[in-house]
Write a protein that binds this ligand. Structure first.
Ligand SMILES: NC(=O)c1ccc[n+]([C@@H]2O[C@H](COP(=O)([O-])OP(=O)(O)OC[C@H]3O[C@@H](n4cnc5c(N)ncnc54)[C@H](O)[C@@H]3O)[C@@H](O)[C@H]2O)c1
Length: 357
């Protein structure tokens, strides 16, 4: 989720007491907004270590050094660090492929930001590189790890909703031409070559992946309409997507860069024959939000409790680190599944995603 700087969490500095065996040595490629404000605090809070970063930007390297990490201008320097076991890739989208290919060849574990790539061709090449090398790869779908979303999945699996019929998502923000994650930082999100698209490719991956996570099945059929309505740049500033899973659950997603941040703009509903789960302000990088269950017979709503302190990034670091140590947990990650999400995005754009770099 971009924009909405008010969503940012405090940089966590506490440690959960991870044992030295569980404490993973991390590298980060691309030490910009999401890496600095969310991933690095998540690494610290989990009791893991940020060992080194790779970033051509002098300001980004200085920010990493101020956090006690070593800083390289090039990924080769980071790969040469034996203490780095897992690497989080958070460059602009069109640079994910080169980083993932180099890391896969090095054998380090890879957690790559969404969307997997700026083009379907790049994502296919990444999945092939991961498969060839046998490297442990995951796409950083942090929202799988939001405690409210985990509670929703538990409720659905327990049958609280009866037969699930629909997922309805609103995930929107304001991103204008002048938007920058940091002063002087390039707004690559409005450049089709670097981003691969606009609000659709940036924001819809989270919702598509959440459908898979919550329903235990992927969306198979998809259609969409995009708009370039309120902003003055070359990529879409809004999109509506409709999808259907193999078993027949319908999904709709409204994603946008043209929604003022103060408006209600983060809503996730799962509807079934026996009730409905509604999560408000849970989609995003921050902890908290609200979750309710509405009973399909009485119409009454109750609040569902979840850990409102743990950020999805903290939980993502814990889960990935645990799977690094315990290979039996790696089934929760799949480059092929994430490639399917990229194929859905490509179809939503009418196959108009940029060709492979
Ligand atoms: N999961 C989420 O909630 C979430 C939120 C924001 C961004 N993201 C994703 O994270 C990625 C980064 O987004 P951002 O907002 O942090 O961008 P950003 O522009 O703030 O930071 C990008 C960083 O990459 C660096 N960079 C550029 N070229 C590089 C290269 N060749 N090698 C290494 N580093 C390089 C830049 O110097 C900059 O420091 C994107 O893929 C974006 O979609 C995900």
């Amino acid at each position: 989720m971009v924009g909405a700087l008010s969503d940012e969490m405090e940089a966590g500095s506490s440690c959960d007491g991870a044992t030295s065996k569980d404490s993973v040595g991390w590298g980060i490629v691309g030490y910009g907004w999401v890496a600095r404000d969310y991933m690095a605090p998540g690494i610290r809070s989990a009791g893991h270590r940020l060992v080194a970063v790779a970033d051509p930007g002098a300001a980004s390297r200085a920010a990493a050094q101020a956090e006690g990490a070593r800083a390289h201008a090039d990924i080769a320097g980071l790969i040469a660090e034996p203490e780095v076991e897992a690497v989080y890739v958070a460059t602009p989208n069109h640079l994910h492929r080169a980083a993932v290919e180099a890391l896969a060849a090095s054998g380090k574990a890879i957690l790559c930001e969404k969307p997997m790539a700026a083009s379907l061709g790049d994502a296919e090449a990444m999945a092939a590189a991961v498969s060839r090398s046998g490297a442990f790869y995951g796409t950083a779908f942090d929202q799988r790890h939001h405690p409210a979303h985990r509670a929703m999945r538990d409720g659905i699996r327990e049958g609280r909703l009866g037969t699930v019929t629909a997922v309805r998502i609103v995930y929107a923000c304001w991103l204008d031409r002048a938007w920058a994650s940091f002063q002087g930082q390039d707004n690559w999100r409005i450049d089709p070559k670097q981003a691969g698209g606009g609000a659709l490719i940036d924001l819809a991956p989270h919702g598509l992946d959440l459908c898979d996570f919550l329903l235990d099945e992927s969306i198979e059929d998809i259609a969409s309409l995009t708009q370039a309505r309120a902003q003055d740049y070359a990529v879409d500033d809004g999109a509506l997507l409709i999808g259907r899973t193999a078993s027949g659950v319908l999904a709709n997603l409204h994603v946008a860069y043209n929604c003022p941040d103060v408006l209600p703009r983060r809503r996730l509903e799962v509807v079934g024959t026996k009730g409905m789960l509604t999560a408000i302000d849970t989609m995003g990088q921050t902890p908290g939000g609200r979750l309710t269950f509405t009973d399909g017979t009485s119409g009454e709503s109750e609040t569902i409790a979840f850990d409102a302190e743990a950020s999805p990034f903290l939980e993502q670091v814990r889960a990935f680190g645990s799977a690094l140590r315990r290979p039996e947990e790696r089934a929760a990650y799949s480059a092929e599944r994430d490639l399917h999400t990229m194929r859905l995005l490509a179809r939503a754009y009418g196959e108009a995603l940029a060709p492979a770099a």
